[in-house]
Write a new protein. Sequence first.
Length: 196
Amino acid sequence: MSIDDVRDELAGDNARNKWIGVWIGVLAVLLAVCGVGGGNATKDANRANIDASNTWAFFQAKNIRRTSYILAADELELTLLAQPGLAPEAAQAIKAKISAWRATAERYRSEPDTREGLTELSAQAKELQSERDVALRKDPYFDFAGALIQIGIVLASVAIIAGTSTLLLASFAAGGLGTLLMLNGFWLFVAVPFLG
């Protein structure tokens, strides 16, 4: 084997190694994007969960107030029944209060203008829970995608040292599958059974 043959063989390996280096760079960029996607999915899930919890707490507080008005009106109605000899002015004042409390209790059921009625709050909380659930479905795809992309980087690095194409093909497979899982994490094209 002449020196020119050795130089040509090393030049071929050098070009191959450069392309593998480019592949590793692409995988590193994909890994960074995957990390951002996974972090955003986690943040979105936490935010939506907290917002849903706060909305349900507001719903419960509003429902307790509504129930208090109903109970107070019921108690005043019983007072009217128990004391039929009340002065007409007192009975009229009690009836006005009963009417006002019943109207307030009914208004609490639905307040479309402020979106703070029980009906609106329930719908908001359910929508936030749905957002949380979508974000939670996305997160595992990013986790597995990140792992596969990292494995692809390691396999490509070892392929440079070992000089074997088998490891490079395994790197392409791991990186490609990781990329598909990452894209699915962003858009949820398909539901993979064991991932969520």
